[in-house]
Structure formats: structure tokens, C-alpha cells
Design a binder for this molecule. Structure first.
Ligand SMILES: Cc1cc2nc3c(=O)[nH]c(=O)nc-3n(C[C@H](O)[C@H](O)[C@H](O)COP(=O)(O)OP(=O)(O)OC[C@H]3O[C@@H](n4cnc5c(N)ncnc54)[C@H](O)[C@@H]3O)c2cc1C
Length: 361
């Protein structure tokens, strides 16, 4: 009998968790190592909107669209599996409007021309989509294919499902990669050396530093992202709401999450003031919200490759090392998990991942 491939996944965020599940379910030996942040670092701080919003180039749009559909595939797979794991995904779509309706009209037209399920809707339809909006926009776009998920809970479900399929998840920090010439053969942790046929880097912003130990340069341009979270409240927001200056959604647990920037901006100086500003923005949008209170806020770096697109694939010139680092990791995780597992365990490269190789830099 063929010995199963032995893999080590560094990182237990949404990307590492998905890869671990997909490897384990295909019979690989999997050890996930996470330095104490099971569920990730960027992942818990994510707005967690699953989308292929207007503005992405054609090829990347196709990847994101596949990725949205792959969450449905994974949801089915887990719900009908022996363990019956539920994924906390909200499929109520997203409602988007701008101060200048022509921005929404042109973005919607471009996306709809690609067959993306997004359409312009009137005020009554917007009100029906989000019944608690104080004033629904006269013109907005509804993208019914989009969703959002509870990021940490999803990562933990995937890790549990990986364990149910034979994976090991250990709370250990990888101190270094073990490199033998041009071969990565394992990792070194406090508890000793662990050897593997393939080491998968899914370490978020720490990926570049770890890869550098094998002489692999991963160009990154991370940027901070701040979100406010309210205490648990009654259901107020059905889907994702993207209004001028603020985006808001409600988690499965009843907490409302709000932010105002999708990347690029500096971190706010005054976190309390920023959180209060996002709370006020949320209250201004939704009725029955007077009792909302800030419970907490998150500030994390978005793991973003230098050209904004994911880096996925074997490290060139070094065997035994596979790299996965990206923004929009929540949108992409189900697909990335499935395709990377296929690529690592099967013979050939997966064509849809070709545009995302490190060698493009
Ligand atoms: C504010 C904000 C908003 C966002 N909004 C969206 C959105 O709406 N939609 C979307 O798709 N994406 C969004 N993103 C991006 C998305 O959250 C990330 O792309 C995704 O969470 C990355 O997951 P990850 O598993 O790669 O990284 P992480 O969640 O950071 O996990 C990496 C893990 O690696 C572990 N690790 C690191 N170094 C080591 C080591 N040496 N040894 C062991 N373990 C190690 C860490 O402990 C951590 O748990 C957002 C991000 C932020 C910050």
C-alpha cells in the first residue's frame, strides 16, 4: 500500500484550516501548527464578505466567482459528511449604493455583462432586502450570489473536520523551516523537529518571513484594517450592506460588524473614536438600533501580496515548500483549499492557479 503523503500546514487561519481539511479528506497525513491563534490572526479581524465585487480584472473575477460557488460545494460536503458539520455562512446577498448613482450603475453594468448576478434595484426592493434601513437608497445594486461568514467559527469548523479526517492540530510556533540544500524537509518547533514531504505556508503576514528562510522572496504590501463590533443584538441586518463611507453586516451570533475602508488606508490613531464613529454610522443607517453598543474592535494587517492578487503554488527552485498567502482569503478559502490539495497530492499543476504563481513577480 502506498504511504500517504506527510504534510505540515503552518497556520490555522481560514486558509490553513481549509487546506488542512481538503488534504485530510483526501487521505494525506496532516499536521497543522499554529502558534496559539487557532482560527487565525487576520481571519478573526476580517469583514468576511464573500464576493467578486465590481473592480476586479476578468481573470481574477473568474477565480472569485468560482470561489463563491465553492463555498456552496464545501457547505454541502460538510453538512452531508459523517460528522455533519455546519458552516455559518449567510447567503442573503449584498446591497451596494454610492452618493453618485452613476458609479453603481456603471459597476453593475460591467459585472452583469460578465454574467455576474448583480442588478440595479429600486427603493422598495432595497427596503425589502434590508427592512430595518431608515432610508433605503433610491438606486442601489443587489448581488444575490454574495454572502458573508463568521470567520473564526468557520475556520474552527474546518479544523474540526480536518481532525475528524485524521489531521492533528497542534498549538506550536514554527521557529524555523528545516532546509537541506534546495529541499524543505520539515519544521523546527519548541518541541523538536517535525519532518514532512511538503510544508505548506498558510501563515498570513508571517508567510514572507518564513519563506525567506528557504531563500524564497514573497513580495508583500500589507495594510491595516479596523472593524468595530457591537454586543449581541436582535436581527437587524439580513445581508451585507455597503453604503457610502461604511459597510456593515451582522454575524450569526448577533454581533454587528462595521468598517469603512477596504484597504489602503492608515490605521486610525484613536481606536475609541473610530469605533464610536462606526457605531454612529451603523445607527444612522438602521432603525431599532438605539441600544447598540460597541463591544470591541479589531485592528489587523491584511495579508496582501504586492500586486494585490493571491500567491498560491509550489515555491520555485525549492522542493517541499508550498506557499499560500492572500487578501480576500475569506472569499477564496474553500476553492484554495480544494485546488491546493489537488495540486499537492496529484501530479500536475492546476491551470486556474497559474496566474497566481510567485514567479510572476
Ligand atoms: C479588516 C479586514 C477586513 C477584511 N475583509 C475581508 C473581506 O471582506 N472578504 C475577504 O475575502 N477577505 C477579507 N479580509 C482578508 C482575509 O481576512 C484574509 O485574507 C484571511 O483571513 C487570511 O487568512 P490566513 O489564514 O491566510 O491568515 P491568518 O488568519 O492571519 O492566519 C495565519 C495563522 O498563521 C499562524 N502563524 C503565523 N506564523 C506562524 C508560525 N511561525 N508558527 C505557527 N503558526 C504561525 C498565525 O498564528 C495565524 O493563526 C479582510 C482582512 C482584514 C484584516
Amino acid at each position: 500500500m502506498k504511504t500517504p503523503m506527510k504534510t505540515i500546514v503552518i497556520g490555522g487561519g481560514i486558509i490553513g484550516a481549509s487546506i488542512a481539511y481538503h488534504l485530510a479528506v483526501r487521505g494525506a497525513g496532516v499536521t497543522v501548527l499554529d502558534g496559539g491563534n487557532r482560527g487565525g490572526i487576520a481571519t478573526p479581524a476580517s469583514f468576511a464578505w464573500i464576493n467578486s465585487a465590481p473592480g476586479n480584472d476578468r481573470i481574477y473575477h473568474e477565480l472569485r466567482l468560482k470561489a463563491i460557488l465553492d463555498w456552496h460545494r464545501l457547505q454541502q460536503d460538510l453538512e452531508t459528511g459523517d460528522e455533519g458539520h455546519d458552516l455559518p455562512i449567510n447567503w442573503h446577498g449584498s446591497l451596494w449604493w454610492e452618493d453618485d448613482p452613476s458609479d453603481v450603475e456603471s459597476g453593475t453594468a460591467t459585472a452583469a455583462a460578465r454574467g455576474y448576478p448583480i442588478r440595479l434595484i429600486d427603493q422598495d426592493t432595497a427596503q425589502a432586502q434590508e427592512p430595518y434601513l431608515r432610508t433605503a437608497p433610491k438606486v442601489s445594486a443587489l448581488s444575490s450570489i454574495e454572502g458573508s461568514l463568521s470567520p473564526v467559527e468557520t475556520a474552527l469548523v474546518l479544523l474540526d473536520a480536518a481532525v475528524a479526517n485524521g489531521a492533528q492540530v497542534l498549538e506550536e510556533t514554527v521557529e524555523s523551516l528545516i532546509v537541506d540544500g534546495t529541499n524543505v524537509t520539515g519544521v523546527r518547533t519548541e518541541s523538536g523537529d517535525k519532518m514532512a514531504d511538503c510544508v505548506i505556508l498558510a501563515a498570513g503576514i508571517a508567510t514572507a518571513e518564513l519563506a525567506a528562510q528557504a531563500g524564497v522572496i514573497v513580495p508583500m504590501d500589507n495594510s491595516p484594517g479596523f472593524l468595530m463590533q457591537t454586543a449581541v443584538t436582535t436581527p437587524l441586518i439580513r445581508g451585507v450592506t455597503l453604503s457610502p463611507g461604511i459597510h456593515v453586516r451582522q454575524n450569526a451570533d448577533g454581533r454587528i460588524v462595521a468598517g469603512r475602508d477596504f484597504g489602503g488606508g492608515p490605521a486610525p490613531d484613536d481606536h475609541v473614536a473610530e469605533a464610536q464613529m462606526l457605531l454612529a454610522g451603523t445607527k444612522a443607517l438602521f432603525s431599532d438600533s438605539d441600544g447598540l453598543e460597541v463591544e470591541t474592535w479589531t485592528l489587523a494587517q491584511r495579508p496582501t501580496p504586492a500586486d494585490g492578487h493571491p500567491i498560491i503554488g509550489p515555491a520555485e527552485g525549492v522542493s517541499g515548500l508550498y506557499i499560500t498567502v492572500m487578501h480576500s482569503g475569506v472569499t477564496l478559502a474553500a476553492l484554495v483549499g480544494r485546488l491546493t490539495a489537488e495540486e499537492i497530492l496529484d501530479t500536475g499543476p492546476v491551470d486556474v492557479l497559474e496566474p497566481y504563481r510567485l514567479s510572476r513577480f
